[in-house]
Structures are given as structure tokens and as C-alpha cells.
Write a protein that binds this ligand. Structure first.
Ligand SMILES: [Zn+2]
Length: 247
């Protein structure tokens, strides 16, 4: 675990690296949380996943448990500089936090990126799943949330998803937003972290989870725990299919 300095501001971010049981050649997963400071269950869910040993040790991990520390303290979506950090990952980064993360991650490749958020308007869980192949993870995640008796969000066009009003590059299902990753990557200057990783090829697949902020704290934590664990199960199955053996 180490602190990464944000150049130009008095601010650091924690990053934790976990080595896989199988050694340095194992596939790696990156998980980030807290890029919006008012989505406070997300960092705590990630910490609880690590604490409780729920991260499949066949993978290596890079964990960024709170990528907007100043916004977290203030309880604001934006950083203390007034920047929505999740729109600042284009062109090498337009915030101190984005530049620090891009530099720290520059030599890494990940089979999976998970980004943990909350939505103050939602009544249930949903995820963004940019389409990269024909192996959807989102259906299994929604099923697992359903099986746990936790709420899943119905989504229709018109629901606020953070896209420009004219955007038509995505389809909706119950609990799932499925954007065309290539078209989304053309929203160049306001790039989210997840799309920047897909665009650069640093991550092969990326999922963004949204828990409903109006729900009880324990449900919001549980939703993220289930979504992360189910994603890791799906990723393990995919790696096993492709390379045969996996620790
Ligand atoms: Zn968010």
C-alpha cells in the first residue's frame, strides 16, 4: 500500500497492490471507488471486500479505494477544486487526481476494471457495461442481486445516466446500461476513468456499478460486494476457458 501524490495540490491517494497466489504472471484486476465524494458506501464496500477475503486470490489486484479524497471529506461529487473527476481522464488527465492515476497505472494491463459508484436518484442497483465482446457479465450480476433479495433499477430512456441528451450509443435493460465503448471513447475531453482504460487498451473489460444512495447503508455495501464477487467469478470462468489452467 502506498500514497500517490497529486502534483500541484496538497493531496494524496491510497493505492493498494495485492499479489496473486499464482505469482506475478497472473491476470490483474483494477478496482476503483469514490471518484464522486458523495457516493460514500463505495469506498467502504471495497475496503470490506478486501478485509473479508472476498477478492479471488487467483487474480492480482490494484485497488484505489478513494480516488476523490477531498470530495469525500467535503461530501461533494466534485473534488475540492470543483472538478467532476470522472470527466477528467481525457488527454492525459485534466485534474491532479486523474494525472496521478494515469501515471501510476501506465505500465499495467488489466483483464477487468471495476468502478464503484452510487446514484442518489436510483431505487436499485444498475451497472454500465460497455460492450467489448459477446460475453456479458451484467446479466449474471443482476441475477445475483435479485437472488439476494436486493433491489434492481428499471431503466428507460430519459433516466439520467450522465450522457449528453442527444446520445444514442447505448441500449438499456433492467439493471444494465450497455454503451458502445468505441463511440463513448469519442467523447474525448470528458472521459471517465473506465472508458480511458478501455480506450488505451489497459483494461479489456470495464464495469461501473451504481448502488441506490437512498437505501440503507448495509444494502448499499451488500450490493457492491455481490456485484464485485460475481464479476470476479465471471472473469475467472472466462480466463479458465481461454488459458486452461488458473490458480
Ligand atoms: Zn458516481
Amino acid at each position: 500500500m502506498r500514497e500517490v501524490a497529486c502534483v500541484g495540490v496538497v493531496r494524496t491517494m491510497l493505492v493498494a497492490d495485492i499479489v496473486a497466489l499464482g505469482g506475478p504472471g497472473a491476470p490483474a484486476v483494477i478496482v476503483t471507488a469514490g471518484v464522486h465524494g458523495d457516493e460514500q458506501a463505495a469506498p467502504w464496500a471495497l475496503l470490506s471486500l478486501a478485509r473479508d477475503g472476498l477478492l479471488d486470490r487467483g487474480f492480482a489486484y490494484r485497488l484505489w479505494p478513494c480516488t476523490n479524497p477531498s470530495g469525500y471529506v467535503l461530501g461533494t461529487r466534485e473534488s475540492a477544486d470543483g472538478i467532476d473527476l470522472n470527466r477528467s481522464f481525457g488527454r492525459g488527465g485534466s485534474s491532479p487526481e486523474a494525472r496521478a492515476m494515469i501515471a501510476a497505472n501506465s505500465d499495467r494491463r488489466f483483464v477487468l476494471n471495476l468502478d464503484l459508484h452510487e446514484d442518489f436518484e436510483a431505487d436499485g442497483f444498475y451497472c454500465y457495461e460497455p460492450k467489448v465482446d459477446d460475453v456479458p457479465f451484467g446479466r449474471a450480476i443482476v441475477q445475483a442481486i435479485d437472488d439476494a433479495g436486493l433491489p434492481v433499477q428499471d431503466l428507460q430512456h430519459g433516466y439520467e445516466l450522465g450522457y449528453p441528451p442527444t446520445a444514442r450509443h447505448y441500449t438499456l435493460e433492467r439493471g444494465r446500461v450497455i454503451p458502445d465503448a468505441e463511440i463513448e471513447a469519442t467523447f474525448e475531453r470528458k472521459l471517465p476513468h473506465s472508458i480511458s482504460l478501455l480506450r488505451s487498451g489497459a483494461a479489456r473489460r470495464s464495469l461501473t456499478f451504481e448502488s441506490p444512495r437512498c437505501r440503507p447503508w448495509k444494502d448499499r455495501i451488500a450490493i457492491h460486494r455481490i456485484a464485485v464477487v460475481t464479476s470476479l467469478e465471471r472473469s475467472r470462468a472466462q480466463v479458465q476457458t481461454e488459458i486452461g489452467s488458473f490458480t
